[in-house]
Design a protein around this ligand. Structure first.
Ligand code: FDA
Length: 311
């Protein structure tokens, strides 16, 4: 129930305005968001890479409504990739970028897919020049076919372009089968959006079982799985499956969000696993932040307590 309310709040313009204009909220947001500028993202990336982790940096913003804005988002990524390369962070793909398709134009009323493809090509070229990769995030269920089509087409020129599968969707084991091919980089997550019952699994236990099933398909296949979860049970299942089938630690990675289960991130890296931290930055942090609150009521309490203590 609380999750539904917070997810609805993430789409509400009025609540958005209240949260983004309350100066104290920014303090708490910093737990999950690197900052507002590319320089903030760079300094967080430098720290995490020095700690033996990899990063995927997301310039926050979704549902771009005009083509010029979509082009500006692509330019921001190009600049970011140049900065990361100049700082030596893209060597071996330690720092890559994650891009939301609607931020680069997928949701535009006219020529959305074409605009998103053109912008993604610019970002992929910049990543290639920097020696690193791009992963295309997955948004709500209405965008899945468009996003997978886009990634499928771009992979002809950029074979290491990554995509995301969300285990809460009924279709996802089938999508995993199709994507479990050599060279394919696939991030598996549970899914952070609302979807109708016919499309999504309702119970958390079902979503977890689906994650385990999708994970097995990806781990058993010849691609490069990117297992994005903080769930200790699913991480344990991943470890056990990888050991059983003899998967090398360098042939897959764990991914977690900036500011969440940081001890576990460090512990996995210390065991020799590859761990990538998803680092968001930018002034448009509201939707991302509300989704993190929705995942865990304790975060909401943390947020409210911090606001109260700062008064
Ligand atoms: P779950 O929510 O069941 O949490 C398991 C445990 O992890 C909790 O008990 C708690 O200990 C900890 N935890 C989880 N979330 C927390 C939080 N917010 N604060 C504090 N502790 C928390 N989604 C999507 O729809 N499209 C996408 O492209 C992506 N991309 C993505 C990249 C990466 C690297 C990650 C880690 C996640 C995503 N997600 C995503 C989000 C994902 O779908 C999901 O909403 C969150 O990861 C939470 O799910 P868990 O698997 O962590 O399990």
């Amino acid at each position: 129930m609380l999750r539904r309310v917070l997810l609805a709040a993430s789409a509400s313009q009025r609540i958005r305005q209240l949260t983004t204009t309350a100066p104290l909220a920014r303090h708490v947001v910093r737990r999950f968001v690197a900052g507002e500028s590319a320089a903030d993202a760079l300094s967080v990336a430098e720290r995490l890479v020095a700690e033996g982790l990899s990063v995927s940096i997301d310039y926050l913003g979704e549902d771009t409504v005009d083509p010029e804005q979509a082009a500006r988002v692509a330019s921001e990524y190009v600049t970011l990739l140049e900065l990361l390369a100049a700082a030596g962070l893209t060597v071996g793909g330690r720092a890559e970028v994650s891009v939301k398709p609607t931020a680069v134009g997928l949701g535009l009323p006219e020529h959305g897919e074409k605009t998103a493809a053109e912008n993604l090509v610019r970002i992929c070229r910049a990543a290639q020049a920097a020696g690193t990769t791009v992963t295309v995030d997955m948004e709500d269920h209405t965008r899945i076919d468009g996003t997978l089509r886009l990634v499928g087409e771009l992979r002809a020129d950029f074979p290491d372009l990554g995509c995301v599968i969300q285990s809460y969707l009924r279709r996802s084991p089938g999508d995993c089968q199709a994507l479990a091919v050599a060279g394919s980089r696939v991030r598996l997550c549970k899914g952070a959006y609302r979807a109708p019952d016919g499309v999504a699994l309702a119970a958390r236990s079902e979503v977890d079982r689906s994650f385990a099933r999708c994970m097995r398909i990806l781990l058993d296949g010849p691609g490069y799985p990117m297992l994005a979860t903080h769930d200790p049970r699913l991480v344990a299942i991943a470890k056990s499956r990888a050991a059983t089938i003899g998967r090398e630690p360098s042939s897959f990675e764990y991914q977690m969000l900036y500011g969440i289960r940081t001890d576990e991130q460090a512990a996995l890296a210390a065991e020799g696993a590859q761990v990538r931290v998803y680092v968001p930055y930018g002034s448009d942090w509201y939707g991302y932040f509300m989704r993190r609150l929705a995942e865990r009521p304790a975060n909401l309490m943390f947020f409210l307590r911090a606001l109260a203590s700062l008064r």
